[in-house]
Each structure stands twice: as structure tokens, then as C-alpha cells.
Ligand binder design. Structure first.
Ligand code: DSN
Length: 424
């Protein structure tokens, strides 16, 4: 399924503030003329965009359906109820909270529901693919909890469940987190469950990246295995920017209180409505096929770069992303990302397992296929993109080669318009 529907009207036509309208137009152009390979980005449908731009943004609705602190919430109750029912159907759950404004807020609400200051968290090292909100020292998690991190196996660059079990027995964490921002392999949630049970810890799966793949049955489901599952709604789920929490209903009261009044005030009702729209889209059979094609494209692009001599972290990918280690090429991640952006191939520099360089320089780049797959690109286009990436990185000083690639990238992007009636 592609997000573009020529018959759709888009509300940006109704933005009359010239300054902002110009920026939106420029951004539409940027998104259409470049090839977006940022693993955490996607093109949401115009239906989702329109819903976000609705009058639902006007309403305060602190509380939950059936009990609000404001009058006039009958439509808000309906919209949140629909969002919750659809999310439960999608994830196979009996409780969810769709109010978190972001993935970090969803994680924070879980932590504050079952942990107290100083409790121990065991999570994946940021350098190996973890997330800031899993315990970085500058993040609230690093300041308020005692953080212990597990690393990937240095040889396979994959999760070593045996090593985590040993570490957990020593650390005795209160919470174990599975989930990552740049891990290209399937995560075995049942093994994390065994570890958590062995040491009497809570277990949270942060599925921000893989949620859409998971609900499409292409990654094991953490729901019913982990005590808490958090997700973002805008990555592989392809909805509005936001977060959510799924758990067994026995935790419902705790989680609800932790989100509101714990860490948030009024819910963003226009976003919750847009989440409901996205859940409906994700329940369609075509979305499962979309998720299947994301992975097919990721594997194809990954293999192409491998064939071109690039070292892929862990040797491959099972999901929507993979990491390229540029160490042997003598270039840093940031140099490669900047160069590729200059020819229209937009991705991000990324630390790799055991990286010797800092997160602001890095030895790697992260490549993801959710957005190009939404555009309708398939394996033939992945072969072309692989060729453009590798030719650009092998000819970093050759302006004429780079200029030729830039032209080809713009042409390819133009063949797969995202929002065909939104030309700037
Ligand atoms: N930092 C985001 C990502 O790009 O993966 C996740 O929060």
C-alpha cells in the first residue's frame, strides 16, 4: 500500500501563514525529492494527517473515557474508546493506554508505575543499539535509577541471552528491558521472560521500532510475554507521532495513573484520533503485505551493500533496518551520512557495537526501509539505491560521479511520489 492517493485533499492548502506555509512546502519538496532511509521515519497516510489537523486539538480531556476533569468530553470518550479497542485488537491485548505523547513518555510511565528512585534497570547498552530512555546518564533514567547494561556478543553482534542471564543473576534488576533503536535481529522475548522470572524482575519490551512488523506477525509478539510493551505509533506502525503502552489489564490502574496525572496532563485528542485511524489501517491485510515488503527490501538492500564489500553489523538483517560498519573504509559515520545526504540519500550516522568513536562521530550508518516501502519501491529499486550508496561512498571526492548520483536519486524519488497532490 502506498500512502499517496491522488484523490486525497490535504489541509496544507489551508495554511495561510506564509512563513509557515513556505516551510511546509519546502519540507514536502524535501521529502519527495530525496530518498528517506531513516529507519525510524515513515510517510503516514493523508487520512492520518487530516485527522491530526482536526478540531479535536481544541479539547481538554484530562482523565480517561467515562471519567474526565472537564465537561463536554463525550466525543473525546468515543474517540479514545475506539483507539483503545482497535489497539487491543491489533496487538492481541486486553489493556492499552494510548495517551503517551511519545515513546519516551510511554517508557517513563512504565518505569514510574513499578519502580522507585534508585531501583535497578538492566537494558541494552546504547552503543550496542539501546535507547536513551533505557538508561543514558543524561536521561532521567540515568539520573533516577541504577542502570546496568548488557552488551551484544562481540563475535556475532547479536544478543547473548546466556550472558544476560548470568548478568541478571548478579545485578538482580527490578526491571529488564528488551528492545532497541538499532538492532537488526529478531528479539526472543520468551528468553527475556525466562531471565526476568529467574531473577524476579519485571520485564518491559520497547517495541518502538518493530511494532508494525510485530502486529503483522513478522516478529514475535511481546504482548502476553512481557509485563509491559511500549511502542511508538509513527515508525513501522506508520501512524501519527506518538507513544502507547500495552499490558495485562491487572496493571491497567497503575499504568493509567502513571500516565495521567503521573507524567502528563491533557491528552492530545487529535493525535489519539489519528492513532485510531492508523490502527485501523494496520489491521488491514494490505498492511501485513506492506510489512513483509519492508523486510524484503531491507534484506535486499543489505545484501547488495554486502556484495559491494561493505561490512554489515551481525552480517545481515531480520527486520526493517541494518547497520553498515565503515571502519575498514577509513571514513566515519558522520562523514558518510553527510556525503549521502548531499546526493539525496537521507539516513543517520549511528554507533555500532563496541564502537571506538563517539555518538557524534560514529563508525557506522543506519539504513531503514519503512519509508521507501510506503512509497511503493521494491527490490529492483533497492538494488539501485544500493548501487547509489556504494558508488557515492567509493567516490567521495569525485564531484562528477556525485552529481550524476544526485540526478539519479532525484529521478528515482520522483517516480514514487508520496503525496501526489501536495506538490510545492
Ligand atoms: N531516536 C529514534 C530513532 O531514530 O531510532 C528513536 O527514539
Amino acid at each position: 500500500m502506498t500512502a499517496n492517493k491522488a484523490s486525497d485533499n490535504h489541509t496544507h492548502d489551508q495554511v495561510f501563514d506564509d512563513d509557515i506555509r513556505n516551510i511546509i512546502d519546502n519540507e514536502i519538496k524535501r521529502q519527495q525529492e530525496n530518498i528517506i532511509l531513516i529507519a525510524s521515519e515513515n510517510f503516514t497516510s493523508q487520512e492520518v494527517i487530516r485527522t491530526m489537523g482536526s478540531v479535536l486539538t481544541n479539547k481538554y480531556a484530562e482523565g480517561y473515557p467515562g471519567f474526565r476533569y472537564y465537561e463536554g468530553c463525550e466525543n473525546m470518550d468515543s474517540v479514545e474508546e475506539i483507539a483503545r479497542q482497535r489497539a487491543n485488537k491489533l496487538f492481541g491485548s486486553n489493556y492499552c493506554n494510548v495517551q503517551p505523547h511519545s515513546g519516551v513518555n510511554a517508557n517513563m510511565a512504565v518505569f514510574l508505575s513499578v519502580l522507585k528512585c534508585g531501583d535497578k534497570i538492566l537494558s541494552m547498552n546504547l552503543r550496542d543499539g539501546g535507547h536513551l530512555s533505557h538508561g543514558h546518564k543524561q536521561n532521567f533514567t540515568g539520573k533516577y535509577f541504577e542502570i546496568h547494561t548488557y552488551s551484544l556478543d562481540p563475535d556475532t553482534e547479536m544478543i547473548d541471552y546466556g550472558a544476560i542471564m548470568k548478568q541478571a543473576k548478579i545485578v538482580k534488576p527490578n526491571l529488564i528491558i528488551a528492545g532497541a533503536s538499532s538492532y537488526s535481529r529478531t528479539i526472543d522475548f520468551s528468553k527475556f521472560r525466562e531471565i526476568a522470572d529467574e531473577v524476579g524482575s519485571y520485564f518491559m519490551a520497547d517495541t518502538a521500532h518493530i511494532a508494525g512488523l510485530m502486529t503483522s506477525g513478522l516478529h514475535p509478539n511481546s504482548v502476553g510475554v512481557a509485563d509491559f510493551t511500549t511502542a511508538t505509533t509513527h515508525k513501522t506502525l506508520r501512524g501519527p507521532r506518538g507513544g502507547m503502552i500495552i499490558a495485562d489489564k491487572k496493571y491497567g490502574g497503575l499504568i493509567d495513573k502513571s500516565v495521567f496525572p503521573g507524567i502528563q496532563g491533557g491528552p492530545l485528542m487529535h493525535i489519539i484520533a489519528a492513532k485510531a485511524v492508523a490502527y485501523k489501517e494496520a489491521l488491514e491485510e494490505t498492511f501485513k503485505d506492506y510489512s513483509r515488503r519492508i523486510i524484503e527490501n531491507s534484506k535486499t538492500l543489505c545484501q547488495n551493500l554486502k556484495d559491494e564489500g561493505f561490512r554489515i553489523v551481525s552480517g545481515g538483517t531480520d527486520n526493517h533496518l541494518f547497520l553498515v560498519d565503515l571502519t575498514s573504509r577509513g571514513i566515519t559515520g558522520i562523514e558518510a551520512a553527510d556525503l549521502l545526504a548531499s546526493v539525496g540519500l537521507v539516513l543517520n550516522y549511528n554507533v555500532i557495537p563496541y564502537d571506538k568513536l563517539t555518538p557524534t562521530i560514529t563508525s557506522g550508518i543506519r539504513i531503514g526501509t519503512p519509508a521507501v516501502t510506503t512509497q511503493g519501491m521494491g527490490t529492483a529499486e533497492m538494488e539501485k539505491i544500493g548501487e547509489y550508496i556504494s558508488t557515492a561512498l567509493k567516490n567521495m571526492e569525485n564531484q562528477s560521479v556525485l552529481s550524476d548520483i544526485k540526478t539519479k536519486v532525484k529521478k528515482l524519488a520522483g517516480e514514487f511520489p508520496v503525496y501526489s497532490n501536495m506538490n510545492a
